[in-house]
Design a protein around this ligand. Structure first.
Ligand code: PSU
Ligand code: MN
Length: 301
């Protein structure tokens, strides 16, 4: 098997059989500007520790598969240029070439499964892009959720996407999509999407017992937990839509395609919102980290 390099904290947690929560690194390298990205990565790790679990931020560093990064490494990764954005298609390439790459939701799920970590907190998953009927741009996150056994806690799919189509694909892939404390699916920066949640649960305990029953039934694949951004940080969908539309127009004019689309749109929206979308993004990731820690703890009882 490939060598996994554990941080000291994660190695200790494994030895003591403590609950672990996986974290992605693309949000650090491609999702937020420095230095807020590194600050956020630290806060999110703290939130998980405060919840009684141990954070494991995933990345590939000079070809090494890293399960957990120490503070220095987080700080370095957050400032490094030319970091690859890794998904299922290029995870092994990055290792083979000895390069450095940040893991998206898809690649983080893969590494979490390899490391035996069953809960993962992120901001928002990738999905079916608007105009996908022309571009065929559908995130590999959706396929991964269909096949890899990890509970992914997010604040919904990013509203830059075609949310309807995104949730249709998840249903096709057999992914349980569970809204937390709401009958509506959240839409990342805002609590409302206009879409009914396929499933609803209100506590970490319920989510943990659902996971146990799935395991007992031999059902494989991921589970998506859609945790609405806290009210205090939520933006109104109408307002966000204005920024999204103008970001999409700009991306079109600039001919942005492929892996660059999501980082470009997120960056544009931060600018257009005068930084408000970034504050919301930080608040929702932290909120997801807290819930993920609770689920990881609940899975032990
Ligand atoms: N959540 C955030 N910010 C991000 C992402 C998620 O709050 O930048 C990243 C995740 O790594 C996700 C990726 O997997 O965006 C989706 O990229 P794409 O649409 O290219 O598949
Ligand atoms: Mn894409």
């Amino acid at each position: 098997m490939i060598d996994l390099v554990f941080s000291q904290e994660v190695a200790d947690a494994r030895a003591e059989n403590k609950p672990l929560v996986a974290l992605e690194s693309t949000i650090i390298t491609h999702g937020m500007p420095y230095p807020r990205n590194v600050e956020t990565a630290r806060l999110v790790e703290e939130d998980i520790r405060a919840g009684g679990a141990v954070p494991a931020t995933m990345a590939v560093v000079n070809g090494e598969v890293r399960i957990g990064l120490c503070d220095n490494e987080l700080n370095e990764l957050g400032q490094q240029k030319d970091v690859m954005k890794l998904s299922r298609a290029d995870l092994a390439y990055c290792v083979a070439a000895g390069k450095t790459g940040a893991t998206t939701v898809a690649a983080t799920m893969m590494l979490a499964e390899l490391a035996g970590i069953s809960v993962f907190a992120t901001g928002g998953i990738g999905g079916v892009h608007r105009g996908a009927d022309q571009s065929f741009d559908i995130s590999a996150d959706l396929e991964e959720l269909g096949r890899t056994d990890v509970i992914v806690v997010c604040a919904g799919a990013k509203a830059i996407l075609d949310l309807n189509k995104t949730f249709e694909v998840l249903e096709t892939n057999g992914v349980p999509v569970i809204s937390v404390g709401s009958d509506e699916l959240p839409a990342f920066w805002s609590r409302e999407s206009g879409l009914y949640a396929p499933l609803r649960m209100d506590t970490a305990q319920e989510i943990a017992s659902h996971a146990k029953i799935r395991a007992e039934m031999g059902i494989e694949g991921g589970t998506l937990i859609a945790n609405p951004v806290p009210n205090s940080a939520a933006l109104l969908a109408n307002e966000v839509d204005l920024w999204i539309n103008s970001a999409l127009e700009k991306a079109n004019t600039a001919g942005i395609t492929g892996k660059e689309v999501t980082p470009f749109l997120l960056g544009e929206i931060v600018e257009q919102s005068g930084g408000r979308s970034l504050e919301t993004n930080i608040a929702l990731v932290r909120n997801n980290a807290r819930l993920a820690a609770e689920i990881a703890v609940a899975l032990r009882s």
